[in-house]
Design a protein around this ligand. Structure first.
Ligand SMILES: [Zn+2]
Length: 313
C-alpha cells in the first residue's frame, strides 16, 4: 500500500484537462456527488455523464454554456447509477451512448424514492422529480466516436467491475482518460453492485492506457498514481476479506476488523461494509444475488457511528 496524502478538499467547477477537453468536478465526491466531462468538437460536443438531481445538472449545463456555444451531440453514460444518469433529461436532442448492460440495468427505472431518500438525505426533496431517460445508442465492448482528427474511444472491461455495464472514455491523442466509477480518487469506492476481483483487473488494464490525466467518477482529477491507490484499496479489501471469510468471520465483523491504514481517511470509509459483503458474495459464488440494501445501509450507519433514527424500509 503506497503511502499518500489525502487532499483535505477540492473545488467544484469546470477544469481544462487537455486541449478543448474539460471536466466538471463536484466537491467532494461523496454518495451522489459525481464528476462529468465535456469534449468540445469542431461543430458539436460530447458530454460524459449527466450528474444526479436537477439542482446539480442545472449548474453543470450553465458551466457548459460558459465554456462553449456548441451543442451537445452525444452524452455518454459511464454506467447506470443515478448520480451519472439522473440528469439525462437535461440533454434533449443528444444521442445517449452507453453499454448494452448499462441500458439493461437502467431500463427498470431508478431505485424507489424512499430508499434514495434514506441513502442520500441531502437530496431527498429532488428525488421525486427524477425521470429515467434511457440510452439511445448502445455498444458491447468498444466504440469510437470520430470528430475530425479527434478520436474518442469508449471501453467496457468485458466483465462486471463497479457495475455490470461500466464504460471508460479515452482520448488517445490528448492522453485523457475519463474512468467513470471505475475510478474513485480519495473517496472510498462502492462495490455494492460490482465484482471486486474483476474491478481490480479492470483497474490494472486502465493503468495500461497511455493517459497523463485521469478523471475519476468521484474525487479530484489525477493521474495513474491516484488510480493505483484505488486499485490498492480494492486489493487490500479483497485480500483481508478472504482471510476472514476463510476463518468463518461474518461480513459485518470483518468490516470492523480490517485495518484500512491510510484509506481510513478517504471519504465514506464506512463503504468497507458493502465492499466486504460483495467480496463474501464473490467467494460464495453468489454475485448474481442482489445485496441486502437496507441491511447494508443500517450497517454503514452503525460504522459511521451514527445512531440510526431511520425507519427500516
Ligand atoms: Zn457508480
Amino acid at each position: 500500500m503506497a503511502r499518500h496524502t489525502v487532499p483535505a478538499s477540492w473545488k467544484t467547477g469546470m477544469i481544462e484537462v487537455g486541449p478543448k477537453v474539460f471536466t466538471y468536478v463536484q466537491a467532494t465526491g461523496e454518495t451522489g456527488i459525481s464528476n462529468s466531462g465535456l469534449i468540445v468538437g469542431r461543430e458539436a460536443c460530447v458530454a460524459v455523464d449527466a450528474l444526479m438531481v436537477p439542482s446539480m445538472t442545472r449548474k453543470l449545463v450553465a458551466a457548459i454554456k460558459k465554456t462553449t456555444r456548441r451543442p451537445i451531440a452525444q452524452l455518454v453514460n459511464t454506467h447506470h447509477h443515478l448520480d451519472h444518469t439522473g440528469g439525462n433529461t437535461f440533454f434533449k436532442g443528444a444521442a445517449i451512448i452507453a453499454t448494452e448492460k448499462c441500458r439493461e440495468e437502467l431500463r427498470p427505472g431508478f431505485p424507489p424514492v424512499p430508499l434514495l431518500q434514506r441513502f442520500m438525505p441531502a437530496f431527498a426533496a429532488e428525488f421525486p422529480k427524477l425521470r429515467v431517460v434511457l440510452p439511445t445508442v448502445t455498444f458491447q465492448d468498444r466504440m469510437v466516436i470520430h470528430d475530425g482528427e479527434r478520436e474518442i474511444q469508449l471501453w467496457h472491461p468485458g466483465t462486471a467491475a463497479h457495475t455490470s455495464g461500466d464504460a471508460a472514455v479515452f482520448l488517445p491523442k490528448e492522453r485523457v482518460l475519463f474512468a467513470g466509477d471505475l475510478g474513485f480518487h480519495y473517496v472510498t469506492p462502492l462495490a455494492f453492485q460490482g465484482h471486486v476481483g474483476h474491478w481490480i483487473k479492470a483497474a490494472d488494464r486502465l493503468l495500461q492506457f497511455d493517459a497523463d490525466v485521469i478523471v475519476p467518477g468521484h474525487g479530484p482529477v489525477g493521474t495513474k498514481t491516484d488510480l493505483r491507490h484505488l486499485r490498492d484499496y480494492l486489493a487490500l479489501v479483497r485480500r483481508e476479506s478472504k482471510k476472514r471469510f476463510d476463518a468463518g468471520m461474518p461480513a459485518e465483523a470483518a468490516a470492523r476488523d480490517i485495518k484500512l491504514g491510510v484509506f481510513a481517511s478517504w471519504r465514506e470509509a464506512e463503504r468497507i461494509l458493502p465492499n466486504v459483503m460483495r467480496c463474501y458474495q464473490e467467494f460464495e459464488d453468489q454475485l448474481d444475488q442482489p445485496m441486502d440494501i437496507p441491511g447494508m445501509l443500517a450497517g454503514m450507519e452503525k460504522l459511521r457511528g451514527r445512531a440510526s433514527a431511520h425507519t427500516c424500509l
